[in-house]
Design a protein around this ligand. Structure first.
Ligand SMILES: [Zn+2]
Length: 192
């Protein structure tokens, strides 16, 4: 009887293992798979200087960020809609990561989504932001995070405007803003 139990147990383990493998083969990332993520970097600032990856302990982040920034950027929180001053930022410039200052989006790709969160149809550089599948709360959503420091920015949905059809819905508290002429941004920083 005991042997049968062991046999059943190992069969079950085998099935679970296969399921895990087939999920991985689909190419989607889960929150636990962050280490296997796609291309990250190289990263450039607006002048075209190379930026190193940023790795800090959560204690270090806590000391650097405000409580609200820490909750959103490091604990995947969401700010209340219509509260960010950046929602109505109309100047020409670049939106940067609120944790590590990496350039993330430009004023050119910002659009009015009506959701109450700053929305963009395309990042300034494809290698600067990463998509991670977020299946919590019973919904399948794709999380957007900063590839330089791993901070949470928001979510991306497939109901955005042309030319990409994507809507990156970003917490304003996760962003900084630099008013610059986009023509003055170094070409290396841009990779749409
Ligand atoms: Zn960052």
């Amino acid at each position: 009887m005991k042997n049968l139990f062991v046999l059943l147990l190992s069969t079950f383990a085998l099935i679970s293992c296969n399921q895990a493998q087939s999920t991985k083969a689909s190419g989607e990332m889960s929150k636990d798979d962050k280490s296997e993520m796609v291309t990250k970097g190289p990263f450039y600032d607006l002048q075209g200087n190379v930026l190193n990856k940023v790795e800090k302990t959560e204690e270090e982040w806590k000391a650097q960020l405000t409580a609200e920034q820490f909750n959103v950027l490091r604990e995947d929180g969401t700010e209340r809609s219509f509260t960010s001053p950046l929602l109505n930022e109309k100047q020409e410039g670049v939106f940067t990561c609120g944790a590590c200052s990496l350039p993330l989006f430009t004023s050119e790709t910002k659009f009015k989504s009506g959701t109450g969160w700053p929305s963009f149809y395309q990042p300034i550089n494809k290698t600067n932001v990463g998509d991670v599948v977020d299946s919590r709360y019973g919904m399948r959503r794709v999380e957007v995070e900063c590839n330089r420091c791993g901070s949470h920015l928001g979510h991306v949905f497939e109901d955005g405007p042309e030319p990409t059809g994507l809507r990156s819905c970003i917490n304003g508290v996760s962003l900084g803003f630099e008013a610059v002429k986009l023509k003055d941004v170094d070409e290396k920083a841009k990779k749409p």
